[in-house]
Design a protein around this ligand. Structure first.
Ligand code: SF4
Ligand code: SF4
Length: 371
């Protein structure tokens, strides 16, 4: 049975949607969006669902995840309904609904809560990591008051909690999608082919490239390495590369002295991409180069700066280790680097980052229905 939530529009506005209820269904957004080729009602239909308060239908729809926030539709909307921002808000809302703890909801809806939570986590992690270096004088002093084992175990619990929340969220999304008859595979695209299409999209960002190549796009004709698809690619693969390099370092007990160790080379290349991508993203947002870059939430700023600092401090450490410079400044940089990197991983399931898991699932359902 269809259930209408009369407060849904107000709810979505708390997640960053504009006056999307001003939409009068003219279709300009669908005409301009490069992803409306297979579906003439995209993104108009998703706006209608929101205006009508059809919450469940929104949660079971893949459409919000087919949008790459290029903002072309927002620029052409005659009613200033902000369809691009609306879809971003719907994704934040969906992540909050799928994720079981309520932490995401709190952080997306309340910037002060976001600041308080990220600060508390940073303080906790800083304290936790500081005690991992008992050879430092001050650390030994702290160590006498807080037993290392207690803090270590708490850290493990928190990381497991994040991982489980992510798994729970993705399963909730799949359950929601499976209830929607529009998502039932009707084409000849098989499971393995759809998985391959998802992986190849992650590698090439072909769909995102279409946004930047649209006739009205600000990015049309600009060098490829300046375009938003590449910025996204560089940040995403940079982050994944650094995660893999760090894990390999940990598993293989990499000697800390050589920069030619394979995991170090991977880390160096990934770090370069991450710094390049985040520098471009920060620059575009500071300069407000397009409408969509002119509105940056505190959470988005925080994550961009965290990623940038994690990349930069990583290089600092690599050079310090190569030259054997173990001094108080480098120890402090090490602490900052590790706190920020751990916080980024910790908040993965409860932030915009989570789209790295949700979008591929939605794309899988979308690709299954092509053909
Ligand atoms: S362009 Fe604006 S008014 Fe027209 S359908 Fe899209 S959101 Fe609605
Ligand atoms: S923001 Fe871009 S990708 Fe998203 S619906 Fe609008 S035009 Fe399409």
């Amino acid at each position: 049975m269809t259930k209408i939530d009369s407060h849904f529009a107000d709810e979505l506005k708390k997640y960053g949607a504009k006056d999307f209820d001003a939409c009068f269904n003219c279709g300009n957004c669908s005409a301009v969006c490069s992803h409306s080729e297979d579906n003439v009602s995209f993104p108009r239909l998703t706006l209608r669902l929101g205006v009508l308060g059809l919450k469940k239908e929104i949660l079971s729809s893949v459409e919000p995840w087919l949008c790459y926030s290029c903002g072309d539709c927002t620029e052409t909307c005659p009613r200033q309904a902000g369809p691009g921002q609306y879809l971003a808000a719907v994704r934040r809302f969906a992540i909050s609904e799928y994720e079981p703890t309520g932490l995401t909801r709190l952080m997306f809806k309340s910037p002060p809560a976001f600041v308080a939570i990220t600060t508390l986590i940073a303080v906790f992690l800083g304290f936790f990591l500081f005690t991992l270096k008992p050879e430092y004088e001050v650390s030994r002093w702290i160590f006498a008051y807080i037993p290392y084992a207690v803090i270590h175990n708490m850290g493990l619990v928190i990381f497991s909690f994040t991982g489980l929340s992510m798994v729970w969220g993705v399963l909730s999304m799949i359950i929601s999608f499976n209830k929607n008859k529009d998502n039932k595979a009707k084409s000849k695209v098989g499971i393995f082919k759809a998985i391959w299409m998802v992986l190849s999209e992650a590698g090439t960002m072909d769909r995102y490239k279409h946004c930047d190549a649209e006739e009205d796009s600000h990015w049309r004709g600009k060098p490829w390495f300046t375009q938003p698809w590449f910025v996204h690619w560089a940040i995403m693969w940079g982050f994944i590369g650094l995660l893999v390099a760090t894990s390999l370092d940990f598993i293989l007990k990499d000697p800390a002295t050589t920069i030619w160790w394979p995991s170090r080379i991977l880390g160096t290349i990934a770090g370069l991409f991450m710094i390049l991508g985040t520098s471009q993203a920060i620059n575009y947002r500071l300069k407000k180069v397009t409408l969509i870059y002119s509105e940056t939430s505190p959470a988005d700023w925080t994550f961009l700066w965290f990623l940038w600092i994690a990349g930069l401090t990583g290089f600092w450490l690599e050079v310090s280790v190569a030259f054997g410079a173990n001094n108080i400044v480098n120890q402090f940089v090490f602490l900052v680097h590790t706190v920020i990197s751990m916080e980024l991983v910790l908040l993965f399931a409860f932030s915009k980052f989570a789209h790295a898991f949700y979008r591929p699932v939605a794309l899988f359902y979308h690709f299954r229905n092509l053909g």
